[in-house]
Design a protein around this ligand. Sequence first.
Ligand code: PEP
Ligand code: MN
Length: 358
Amino acid sequence: MIIKMKKGATESNIDKVVTRIEDYGFTPDLSQGKGTMVIGVIGETHTVSEQKFKELAGVESVLRITRPYKLVSREYSSEDRIIEFGGVKIGGKNRPVVIAGPCSVENEEQIVRIAKEVKKAGADMLRGGAYKPRSSPYSFQGLGRPGLDYMALARKESGLPIVTEATGIHYHKIDNTPEEKDVLDNVLDYTDILQIGTRNMKSYGFLQTVAERTAKSGLPVLLKRGEEATIKEFLLSAEYIAGNGNPNVILCLRGIRTFEETRWQRYTSDIAAISVLKQESNLPVLFDPSHATGDRELVRQISLAAISAGADGLLVEAHYDPENAASDGPECVTSNVIADIVEDVKLFHQHFSGRFNR
Ligand code: PEP
Ligand code: MN
C-alpha cells in the first residue's frame, strides 16, 4: 500500500500515519517525492481497508499495490532505482555497464592480469568468484578468503570495483580447516557488489540473512535468476532482500533451462525477460551472456541482443587463456572481445537508447 500525503501535510500528520502503520504491525517506508511525502506500508496489508489511512488528516490518496512483489515493483515506484558507487552508476538512463572477469579467481597473477586487461578494454567492473557453487563436490570450489585478497589487489591495481559471489553462510574449508568467518561475512569484508548465484535464488533464509547483514551499509546485491524460476518467483526473491532492509538489488538474468540440447546452448537466453522485468520492476536488470550461452562464440551477439532488449549492463566471463581456465573456460572470452562489447554498448547507447524510451 502507498500513502501519498497532501502538499501541506505537517510533521504531526505524517507521525500519525506512521503510528497507525506501526499499530497494525506494518513497517513504514518514507520517501520524499516531488514536493510531497510518500509512505509505503510494508506487510500483509490486504487485511486492512484503505479507509483506515484515508481518514487521517493530511492524507491525499491511498493506493494498493496489486502485484505480489511490492517494493521492487513499478507500481510502487515508477522511478528507476539507480545503484551508484565508486563512480559507477547502474540503471536509469545511464550507459549500460560492462562487468568482466574470470569465472573464478585462480591465483594472484591471473586475477591481476585479467583485471588490467578488462580495464584497458573499457570494462566498468571486475567479476571473479572466490567461492564457487559447483555441481560436483569434486570440482574446484574456489580459493576462499585468499581469493578475496587477490580480488582486492586486482581492484587496487586496475582501479575497477569488484563483484564476487557469496555462496552461503557455511564455513568454507581450506585443507580441511574451516575459515574463521562464514562465507557471507568474508565476502562482505571485501566486495563492492555482492553476488547471489542462480542456485541460491530460492534460499529464502539466505536472502533474508544477506538483507539483514547489508541493511545498514546498503551494499548492492546482484541477484541471479534461478535457472528454473519464473519471473514472478525471481521478483519475489528480490522482494525478500528489499523487504528485509536492503533495497539496492540488481537483477541478473543468466539463461534458463528449457528442452534445448546443451550442445547448442548451455541454457536458453531469456532475452525478452529483460524487457518484462524493466516493465514490472523498478530495479536495474543485467544480463549474463556467458552462462546463458555457455559458448564464447555467441557471447558478443547475445550481449548486443540483451542491450537492445533494455539491459542496464552485462556480466561477462573473461580470461586471457580460456582453454586453461579453472572453471567455465568454454564461455570465457578474451579481453579483445570485451573491448568489442564495450564499443557495441557505447554505440548502441549513443544512437538508439532514446528510441526505446530509455
Ligand atoms: C558465476 O557467475 O560464475 C555463476 C556461478 O553464475 P550462476 O549462479 O549464474 O551459475
Ligand atoms: Mn561461471
